[in-house]
Design a protein around this ligand. Structure first.
Ligand code: CUA
Length: 357
């Protein structure tokens, strides 16, 4: 029953199952179909073929060039193959065609032409590589105001820290569109990889090392991302979303995040007591309270997020209650144990968390 209500309310659960058959389909040459099946469920289409940042646009442009070259090579080779098969077919008089051994001009041609093609692809690739690893120059007339965000991989969720703004959040990251961003990608445990297909290529999240991902998002919107380096049991449920807003909307969000936690009353106040006296504070932080745990997501403004649990659950009271009742039934192996909370504590905690706007 629980599982039924979960998969009805959470698109991610059905996406997970499809994602697991994805590689097999892809290896059968049906990767495109798999991508369409996955995209069918997401609120926003997630594909590198719809670039929405300077970084992904550079990659997309390279893709078009390489695709055009590959298509041309295919047409020439296929045409030569068909011509040779028809022209030199043995069926006509059942005699061997003239047997040729060695042709210097031909051999030079089929060595030089592929070499030139490969050098051209190499040069285009190198140009793109430099473009996507360099912070883009500030837009004309704008001061350089690069926003730095630390992207930290955890088993199995993403943490986002804004060093200059004193904000810590999880699973979804708000950024302004049209502003230079520098994402500093790292990990606290194993190697993960950060990928938001519409915004940039994949960037490994490695413990003890920061990989820098510069980009400027060109369109507001919500962009889905995921971990793309196998990192254990719940690798497939380690997702995120990037919410790119106008600078004004972003400022509003920043002010809300910088404020202390909302004052709570009624059931939410009871939930706060359960929270502060229970095991929760060992792993979670709520700014301005005794809860200062760092293992799990910072919950100060939990209710302001659209998703939780590695961005696989919609942030609804029903889903929060299901998660609190047994996190292991939702994401087996995740680091939050089943606390065997009684139903009244679950509903109080749910009221509390959903009051943390
Ligand atoms: Cu983290 Cu895969």
């Amino acid at each position: 029953m629980r599982h039924n209500s979960l998969s009805r309310s959470v698109c991610g659960a059905t996406k997970l199952r499809r994602a697991r058959i994805g590689p097999r389909l892809a290896s059968a040459g049906l990767g495109m179909l798999a991508a369409l099946a996955l995209a069918g469920c997401a609120p926003n289409t997630t594909t590198p073929l719809m670039p929405a940042s300077t970084n992904s646009k550079a990659i997309y442009d390279l893709f078009l060039v390489v695709y055009a070259i590959a298509a041309l090579v295919f047409v020439v080779v296929a045409a030569a193959l068909v011509y040779a098969a028809v022209r030199y077919s043995r069926s006509k008089d059942n005699a061997l065609p003239p047997q040729i051994e060695g042709n210097v001009r031909l051999e030079i041609a089929w060595t030089v032409i592929p070499a030139v093609v490969l050098v051209a692809v190499f040069v285009f690739s190198l140009q793109t590589l430099f473009a996507i690893t360099r912070t883009p120059p500030a837009a004309a007339g704008q001061p350089d105001s690069t926003l730095h965000v630390r992207v930290i991989g955890h088993r199995w969720w993403w943490e986002f820290v804004y060093p200059g703004l004193n904000i810590t959040t999880a699973n979804e990251v708000h950024v302004p569109a049209g502003v230079d961003l520098e994402l500093d990608v790292e990990s606290v445990d194993v190697v993960h990889s950060f990928w938001v297909p519409q915004l940039a290529g994949q960037k490994d999240a490695t413990p003890g090392h920061v990989n820098v991902l510069p980009l400027r998002i060109t369109q507001t919107g919500v962009y889905q991302g995921e971990c793309v380096e196998y990192c254990g049991t719940e690798h497939a449920l380690m997702r995120l979303q990037v919410i790119a807003e106008t600078p004004d909307q972003f400022q509003t969000w920043v002010q809300n995040q910088q404020a202390g936690p909302a004052a709570v009353t009624g059931a939410a106040a009871q939930g706060e007591q359960v929270f502060l006296k229970g095991a929760c504070i060992g792993c979670h932080t709520v700014n301005g309270t005794a809860a200062k745990g760092l293992t799990g997501p910072n919950l100060t403004h939990f209710a302001s997020r659209q998703v939780f649990g590695g961005a696989v659950l919609a942030n609804t009271p029903e889903n929060v209650a299901i998660w609190l009742a047994d996190p292991q039934s939702v994401k087996p192996g995740n680091l939050m144990p089943n606390l065997h909370l009684p139903p009244d504590q679950i509903s109080a905690l749910t009221a509390y968390l959903e009051a943390l706007k």
